[in-house]
Ligand binder design. Structure first.
Ligand code: FES
Length: 274
């Protein structure tokens, strides 16, 4: 059992949860995730470890309450417990000093980007962070990211904060000048956003790393649920990823697999509110 120490709403539907999990806090690296179940028999939800404090023995998870499983997780109040938190899982992010790096986050992807951007800055990179969301309330962690980014650029679809449009607009600006062109781009967010970033960087051959979020069940490479196509090869995001070369990812098949259970998910969500 894992105690919930704090549970705050960061943006509409997005919770930041602090858990007591000393062994995970001591072992985790940026880019790794855990699989969480709110109670026995409940859905297993993969969640990136947003941050960890080894001394305090805590980890931070960002949970977007989209489906029935995530809604049950965010419903646990401080002082309550989550049944299982398994991890750390997945391969750690490969971090080195590339020079100029752009970190692009969309929606809850910004939360996933946070530990990565922090580690890239700590390795000596000059990090420009670009974050986007539907509107101002969906822009998260701007201040936290500014603490170690050379610059944070914000876009919103309705123009209520930062520049109106998508994150790709700001990335395009950055890429237009040799003085700001990133050596490497990390992009984390919805599948269409990561795909758009990869297509933008492809003509200039800027290495682009994306973090994939397919359906996961066991998190150990046994069930095949998280299969993704990278180049001509089938890979399992839980053991081979979750980060991959964005120029090799088959985003179409990833999107198709993610939408496979949408009807079932809708029914579960309706059941939860009856
Ligand atoms: Fe089962 Fe990856 S979650 S193989």
């Amino acid at each position: 059992m894992f105690e919930v120490l704090n549970n705050e709403i960061l943006a509409p539907g997005l919770h930041r949860m602090l858990l007591r999990a000393p062994r995970i806090a001591a072992a985790r690296c940026p880019g790794q995730f855990v699989i969480v179940r709110s109670a026995a028999g409940e859905e297993r939800i993969p969640l990136t470890i947003g941050d960890a404090d080894e001394d305090a023995g805590t980890i931070t998870l960002f949970v977007q309450a989209l489906g029935a499983g995530t809604q049950k997780i965010v419903a646990v109040e401080p002082g309550g417990y989550l049944r299982d938190v398994a991890g750390p899982l997945g391969l750690p992010t490969h971090i080195e000093n590339w020079g100029r790096v752009a970190c692009v986050g969309g929606g809850v992807g910004t939360a996933v980007l946070y530990p990565l951007a922090k580690a890239l800055a700590a390795a000596g990179n000059q990090v420009t962070t670009i974050i986007g969301g539907r509107s101002a309330p969906f822009i998260i962690l701007e201040e936290e990211l500014a603490a170690f980014s050379a610059q944070v650029r914000v876009t919103t679809e309705d123009g209520s904060r930062g520049r109106q449009g998508f994150v790709t607009l700001e990335l395009e600006n950055l890429m237009a000048s040799s003085a700001s062109r990133p050596e490497v781009v990390f992009a984390i967010g919805p599948v269409p956003m990561m795909r758009a970033v990869a297509e933008l960087t492809r003509p200039q051959a800027i290495p682009t790393i994306v973090s994939l979020n397919p359906i996961m069940i066991d998190g150990t490479g046994m069930c095949g649920g998280c299969r993704v196509v990278i180049g001509d090869e089938a890979k399992f995001a839980c053991v081979d990823g979750p980060e991959f070369d964005g120029h090799l990812v088959d985003f179409q098949s990833l999107g198709d697999r993610l939408s496979m259970y949408r009807d079932h998910e809708d029914q579960c969500r309706i059941g939860l509110h009856q």
